[in-house]
Design a protein around this ligand. Structure first.
Ligand code: SF4
Ligand code: SF4
Length: 67
């Protein structure tokens, strides 16, 4: 499971760029700062490398470990 904290996201889209499996797309959903939030549309392709979680400058992403 991937969770994005909308209040912490600043819309840099590093997560969108960095994910090797193209899990994220930029959605039309906005947060309080009117930033379009990334959405893990292709979450089924996630290989749980945690790259997005580690590289997000605002710790807005949580990726659950693979079970
Ligand atoms: S890397 Fe973090 S702050 Fe940047 S768009 Fe993704 S979730 Fe938001
Ligand atoms: S954990 Fe890795 S594969 Fe999964 S969404 Fe993040 S960067 Fe992509």
């Amino acid at each position: 499971m991937i969770q994005i904290n909308p209040d912490l996201c600043k819309g840099c889209y590093i997560c969108v760029e960095i994910c090797p499996k193209s899990v994220y797309t930029v959605s039309s959903v906005t947060n309080k700062k009117d930033i379009k939030l990334p959405s893990p549309e292709n979450e089924n392709n996630c290989i749980h490398c945690h790259l997005c979680e580690l590289e997000c400058p605002d710790q807005a992403i949580y990726v659950e470990d693979k079970k």
